[in-house]
Design a protein around this ligand. Structure first.
Ligand SMILES: [Zn+2]
Length: 315
């Protein structure tokens, strides 16, 4: 995932009164989400075609089979620009699969094979751990699975883990070796008439300094979905984290869905890292070896998990 236009980022400062509430707002359990995120990271980088990816994928399937009504795997082989054969796997966990009114949530579970934004040149060919970019969405979804198993939703819910989001070097059209799982799913739907009411992609949602701006393409393609998500965040008291301003234009897994006529938006905190120190450069852990557990936060998982679960359970 990468922004196509660099827009000015909001400088945010938290004041002493910006405290998280102590009472839970939903049944979403961030301790569990954190633990699932850690377990993904413990597999090591989840680069498609590696044994670690195979193990991590098997683990996601097993975890979702314990929670969802149905789990569908899509497996295929992608021919890369270099001519290599890349085995890929999407995992779709369905709750109330017969329900016609459905919500689709998407996250990618693969991690980038190279830390090409690392400040240290010598690190740029090393695969990333992807605590935020890859694992946090998985942690979020498995914990959502816990809540939906305990209290089945009134609508159908599809939790889609897509593979191969972050494999290739360039995110510009025609999307060479990136967004592979979302492109595959958008052209291989579970049923020919599959049409969720709306969808949300959750990507990089656990930064300690959580600030989710509205993504440009999402606002243009499905403004009513953006409003729905940001209104829900506001109702929950989270408007300082889900900021009602338009941020960057990001090429991410929502794009193939939009291109195939589905109303899917991207919830992403692209600005991964703490605010810039006085006079210093702002650290950004995105696509660096710094994308580790120490830079993500359980509180952020709670905030995003509350929004994601409330959208399903409270409409
Ligand atoms: Zn990425």
């Amino acid at each position: 995932m990468r922004p196509t236009v660099l827009t000015a980022l909001l400088a945010l400062s938290l004041t002493a009164c910006d405290k998280l509430p102590t009472r839970p707002k939903t049944a979403f359990n961030a301790d569990s989400a954190w633990s699932y995120t850690q377990q993904q990271v413990n597999f090591g980088p989840r680069v498609p075609g590696t044994p670690a990816a195979a193990k991590a994928g098997d683990w996601i399937v097993a975890m979702m089979k314990q929670r969802a009504d149905t789990v569908i795997e899509q497996r295929w082989v992608h021919r890369t620009a270099k001519g290599d054969s890349l085995p890929l796997r999407n995992i779709l966990a369905r709750f109330r699969p017969q329900a016609t009114q459905r919500i689709l949530y998407v996250t990618h579970w693969d991690t980038r094979p190279m830390a090409d934004s690392d400040p240290v040149l010598g690190n740029r060919n090393t695969p990333i751990l992807g605590a935020n970019d890859g694992a946090s969405g998985v942690g979020l979804f498995i914990a959502l699975g816990d809540a939906l198993k305990k209290t089945p939703p009134n609508v159908g819910v599809d939790l889609l883990f897509v593979d191969g989001e972050d494999y290739g070097a360039s995110f510009n059209p025609p999307y060479v070796d990136v967004l592979l799982g979302s492109q595959y799913f958008a052209t291989h739907l579970p049923t020919p008439d599959y049409k969720p009411m709306y969808g949300v992609l959750w990507d990089m949602i656990a930064d300690k300094d959580l600030n989710v701006l509205q993504e440009v393409r999402s606002v243009n393609a499905a403004p009513e979905v953006v409003s729905r998500v940001w209104e829900k965040a506001k109702e929950l008291g989270y408007s300082r984290y889900f900021i009602s301003s338009v941020g960057q234009d990001v090429i991410d897994d929502h794009v193939p869905f939009i291109e195939h006529g589905m109303r899917v938006i991207d919830v992403i905190d692209y600005d991964y890292g703490p605010p810039a120190p006085n006079g210093g450069a702002e650290p950004n852990y995105h696509h660096t070896l710094g994308d580790t557990m120490e830079h993500i936060s359980k509180q952020s998982l709670q905030i995003v998990g509350d929004v994601a679960l409330a959208l399903i359970t409270q409409g």
